[in-house]
Design a binder for this molecule. Sequence first.
Ligand code: PLP
Length: 373
Amino acid sequence: MKIETMAVHKGRAVDPATRAVTPPLHMSTTFERDTDGSYPQGFIYGRSDNPNRRLLEECLSALEGGESAAAFSSGMAAIMSVFQTLRPGDHVVAPSDIYHGTAKLLREVMAWWGLQTTFVDMSEAGAVAGAVNDATRMIFIETPSNPQLKITDVAAVAKFARGRGIHTVCDNTWATPVLQRPLELGVDLVVHSSTKYLGGHGDVTGGVVVAASSGGLFERVRQVQHDGGAVPSPFDCWLLLRSIRTLPYRVRAHTSNAGRVARFLADHPKVAEVFYPGLPQHRGYDTARRQMSDFGGMLSFRVKGGQEAAFGVAARTQLFTRATSLGSYESLIEHRASIEGPQSATPEDLLRVSVGLENAEDLIADLGQALGD
Ligand code: PLP
């Protein structure tokens, strides 16, 4: 089944009680036991499971080509639960250009937990091999990376790890399963911030872990979630599933707009550099072409003239809102270094853009006037 059809049909059934075509919202936190003490529908308590969460997990699992999925209250809750399957003293390898929240989690909270992390430029062949040691239990990939859109060869890292009994996890938030299917490339787990493209409307915070196999590592993720309680509300699951029905079409439109904006910026005399894996001059272009079906709706660019010039461009745009986050219908522009804090390696003149669903010509005209055309 193709992804458009899965997005419409997976996690969907006409409600037997009412014949409602759209799944009803079940807010109940508890479910009645039968006279013999059993739970005939399998639902016991809201923290363990819920009908809306189950439908969402069925759909996400199908989209990523996994065996199981667990929906969380945020992307970071999903990512932390994955790291909490590890033990104090274990070692993780992660990309040096990675969502700064994940880097901070590893450097601070997970370091208190006893995890050691080595950050490497995973777009360099051989970097991962140079970073593993006897205690390495997990390689965490994020590709395209945030905010420099570096591309990691997912299949190569997964193959290297499998031979050594190291788990691999890929943050697929930016590409979405529409453009990239990391489980098919050999990783064990995919994570998402569903706050982004999966939600798509800037109104839900959520996360997800999808597993190639239901046993082993994923059972530990489920236990961390159940015992720790980082679960999403039924309404958030309902909203996410509603949004996912149109995901493939939204992602394609974001991607088409981003490609046009990237080409415009790449030719602009006031732009020093554009980071977009769909540009042939991008270092990861060949790998991205191999492992992604298209290049996505995110890009970053460096403005000639440094930080002040970058702030000026962001201030002059009228269709791009100056705000963090990504993947919603509206275009956002953000100066990343100033939100990432003192540990940031992001250039001071870099602006990150989440290209929205407006008309590409309007977006290009707006960026042009902001750059002083
Ligand atoms: N992963 C990536 C790639 C992100 O961009 C983000 C948030 O920006 C997260 C994870 C964290 O997700 P959340 O904000 O839903 O906790």
